[in-house]
Design a protein around this ligand. Sequence first.
Ligand SMILES: [Ca+2]
Ligand SMILES: [Ca+2]
Length: 191
Amino acid sequence: MGNSESAPVLSKKDIKDLMGYTPFGEQEIKNLFDSFTRFAKFDADAKEYVMSLSVFKEVMGLDDGPLSTRVFSVLDADKSGALDFREYAIGVGFFRQGGSQMDKLKFAFRIFDIDGDGTIERSELGELVAASAMQHGVKMKPKAVEEAVDAFFSLSDGDGDGGITFAEFQKLNAKHPEILEALSVVPEAKK
Ligand SMILES: [Ca+2]
Ligand SMILES: [Ca+2]
């Protein structure tokens, strides 16, 4: 979006587009762009400013855990490995305004559905459980991971096919909202 390193600019069209994708008005988008370009790096190949995972975590006040990395991956819509301003603005808009309950649930689902095929598989859940434990200094034995995954699936995999669809995920949340709250996959953004 910015076309030279010295003077990043946001076109009128960019602003208009972003107003459609985010809860922000024109001035808020301009302010957000200013702060984005302060933290982001100019990528000469892409000819725009992009934000790395480590900077994103710092700016958003996220911890170093696997869930933070998943939040970043979900926001990185084009899977470039960095956030451009549009991807960043959508993320900030989501965290700051919270979005609807449905938006939050959809976002949480995408955090778990690592390969993005629309189903949470046992392996995906196991990976996140093990990585989260590791982050807290706990090395879980494969059997313990298995048991945690079993417990989650016994509550949510209604048809027992080994995958949790969004509909099943929604049902789980309706019955046990405390589970998803405990996982806190929608972190509070710093102001
Ligand atoms: Ca990207
Ligand atoms: Ca999946």
